[in-house]
Design a protein around this ligand. Structure first.
Ligand code: SF4
Ligand code: SF4
Length: 428
């Protein structure tokens, strides 16, 4: 596969000032929460049943699959109403555990705290697994899995780049919790076996850079400022920017291991306070919401309640995107809930875009950071040409949205690629 052939030099208008420096709103806990029974990518079996009482921090679900092991914990105290199907941000129905909140906040300690500095490596790894740590940058990949057998890793990278326009949740979380970030990052550095680490942050985030220096100077983790380009936060781009190395399948081929900064903070919280991931920092932004701001919400809160807490929609014709405008997905209603992999809601006023036929200008191909030919993939998808789709390496698409962004014909090229991926999954 050819990678990194695109120019990767897109400075997008990030619109981050809409939320970055506003106070973070802690949302009141809703009366009813719907906890997704897929945590990140792991399908969970509930460990509680209808009518059971639950407490904050109590384990309520566990995957049977050891590889995708990410247990789930209750964000509130209350009673289990049952299992309900709701639409997920993947636009598919999924099982959710409905909990009615008693607003008493009765809590249990989910697990014992752990001193990562003195704990043996195996004990630390088990802790990461049982605490339900997963990639909070959107991937939801179980964290322990990356560190089970790290081999030949010489650089641990913390991704605090947050290159997606509008989103500032990682930034707000890092500014609010620098010590937890430090603890989590140093614990993961220990698990990685790497002699050193780098925390990557955009060069324009001067206040965060100062905070990072305060936390990491004198440790083996160095603060690395990166250019404000898109998609600098994608791991292939980031590894290339930090090391000059490319890889085919996994970052380990380039001697690197990565985690998102919010995952480090969640791990710091678990180590220091014995608390699992029960809430998320989330950016609610865009010109379609009255008061764009960062919020902290319990997992399982319906998106409708989050938008309402930010003043509601500015009008009736708004698009709701789970995530940012480049990599997020437009969701047809606001009844889906916030899960561990959600980091933003972007609400945009709907503006009619008139598309014209493809001009064959080749700009999408020149731009694609994965070295794909988006226009040809779109053509093959329309023709349902499975042989052509196989040859076009469509599964290497990271859905960065640049081909749509750049297209002068205003074609939603990325959506065509998503359709092609779904088609390939169905026919293979
Ligand atoms: S969304 Fe488009 S530009 Fe981005 S990786 Fe996929 S094909 Fe390439
Ligand atoms: S950028 Fe748009 S118009 Fe140009 S080749 Fe790609 S799909 Fe066609």
């Amino acid at each position: 596969m050819s990678i990194l052939t695109g120019p990767m030099r897109f400075h997008l208008d990030g619109q981050k000032e809409l939320t970055a420096h506003k106070a973070v709103l802690k949302l009141p806990e809703p009366d009813d929460l719907y906890i997704p029974l897929v945590n990140g990518r792991a399908a969970c079996t509930p460990t509680v049943k209808e009518g059971d009482e639950v407490k904050v921090g109590q384990k309520i679900g566990e995957p049977s699959d050891g590889f995708w092991f990410v247990p789930i914990f209750s964000p509130v105290s209350g009673s289990v109403v049952g299992i309900e199907k709701r639409m997920t941000t993947m636009l598919k129905p999924g099982d959710h555990l409905h909990i009615r909140n008693d607003h008493k906040y009765s809590a249990v300690r989910a697990f014992k705290k752990l001193d990562y500095e003195t704990a043996p490596r195996e004990e630390l790894l088990e802790f990461v697994k049982n605490a339900g740590m997963a990639g909070l940058g959107g991937a939801g990949f179980p964290t322990f899995n990356k560190y089970t057998k790290p081999d030949g890793i010489d650089l641990f990278i913390i991704n605090a780049v947050e290159c997606e326009p509008y989103l500032t949740a990682d930034y707000a979380n890092s500014m609010a919790n620098p010590e937890l970030m430090r603890d989590g990052a140093l614990a993961l550095l220990k698990l990685s076996g790497a002699p050193k680490g780098k925390i990557a942050v955009k060069e324009d985030k001067k206040d965060l850079i100062e905070v990072l220096h305060k936390q990491f100077d004198g440790t083996p983790i160095e603060v690395a400022e990166v250019e404000d380009i898109y998609p600098a936060g994608w791991e292939r781009t980031l590894i290339y920017m930090l090391t000059g190395k490319r890889y085919d399948r996994l970052p380990a081929e380039a001697g690197c291991i990565l985690n998102n900064v919010s995952t480090c903070i969640a791990l710091g919280n678990a180590l220091k306070n014995g608390m699992p991931i029960t809430e998320k920092y989330l950016t609610v932004s865009g010109d379609g919401v009255q008061n764009p701001q960062n919020v902290v919400v319990p997992i399982g809160t319906p998106a409708a309640e989050v938008v309402k807490a930010c003043g509601g929609y500015v009008g009736e014709d708004c698009l709701l995107i789970a995530g940012g405008p480049m990599m997020g997905r437009t969701i047809p209603n606001d009844q889906f809930v916030i899960g561990i992999a959600n980091n933003g809601l972007t609400v945009l006023q709907h503006r009619e875009e008139f598309s014209v036929k493809c001009l064959r200008c080749g700009k999408c191909t020149e731009t694609c950071p994965s070295g794909l030919m988006p226009v040809r993939i779109n053509m093959a998808e329309k023709a349902k040409d499975i042989d052509a789709l196989k040859k076009l390496s469509i599964m290497d698409c990271i859905e960065c949205g640049l081909c749509t962004y750049i297209c002068p014909s205003k074609l939603d090229v990325t959506e065509g690629i998503r359709r092609a991926k779904r088609y390939m999954t169905l026919v293979k």
